[in-house]
Write a protein that binds this ligand. Sequence first.
Ligand code: NAD
Length: 292
Amino acid sequence: MSESLVCGLIGAGITKSLTPPMHEEEGRHHGLRYAYRIIDLRELGLSVADLPRLVRSARDLGFRGLNITYPCKEAVIECLDDLSPDAARLGAINTVLFEDGRAIGHNTDWSGYARNFDRGLEGAAMDRVVQVGAGGAGVAVAYALLTRGAQRLIVVDADLQRAQQLRNRLAASFDGDRIEIAGLADLPDVLRLADGVVNATPMGMAAHPGSAVPAELLRPDLWVSEVVYRPVDTELLLAARAVGARTLRGTGMAVYQAVDAFRIFTGIEADADRMFEHMTALVAREESVVVR
Ligand code: NAD
């Protein structure tokens, strides 16, 4: 019998996260005895200030690793012994590996977006890419787009300060001239010259209905990518498909961040197609429950 493996997800309001079933199911296919626990700050009546204690406890209790989500991705850094080079550049962590008593931080949000992009938008033009939303997911998406060769990334956010912060954070890793920031009022102008657009805002989720990119600004030669993955097809994706644009769902980012975290935890390359199928079925089941 193989050694048993325990991992967990720390965040707030995460009781319905699909990450535990994704990891456990993939572990089962590889014959692992793999338990993946939710550690929800809200449910436990804890706050970000409790993170050092939680991370230390997980390590002491023999957890192999942790995924980290909102609102802990930056705060967790001070609990760690080392960071991967990408995680250090990003200044945000979503995966922690405990190895030889040390806690090492990684970021698989950016690699998840990049791998999903490679899979679904191969060969897409990237001279000018517009990204709407400069929050937690936005930083990882911007890092991925710049790493994958976006010549010019125009970051639009309803809160210009967030766009500015994103630019400041990534300017040390990429030529600052490659990142422009723009206000919401400029969206029609910047989209007119763009090859593609990414939604990295929560718009499109059930709790944030609508689209951050008005349908009348879409066109067949503008590729459209989502980070929202619940629902699988957002209003933006449906509108983009209706005008004949190439589209990329947010599901793949969620799947590949799990694929990369699974490899970090287990040393095993997950079957991305199988995880994709599983994730899509989980979201579809959730949507059918909501509809009923
Ligand atoms: P966040 O709150 O940190 O950032 C959202 C940003 O969008 C903010 O800066 C806000 O000002 C901006 N914004 C909101 N509405 C806007 C609008 N209409 N126009 C322009 N800017 C607007 O949120 P986050 O953590 O970055 O998450 C964003 C979304 O990404 C969520 O829906 C989350 O579920 C999704 N997400 C997906 C994945 C994945 O793996 N696919 C991973 C992480 C997050």
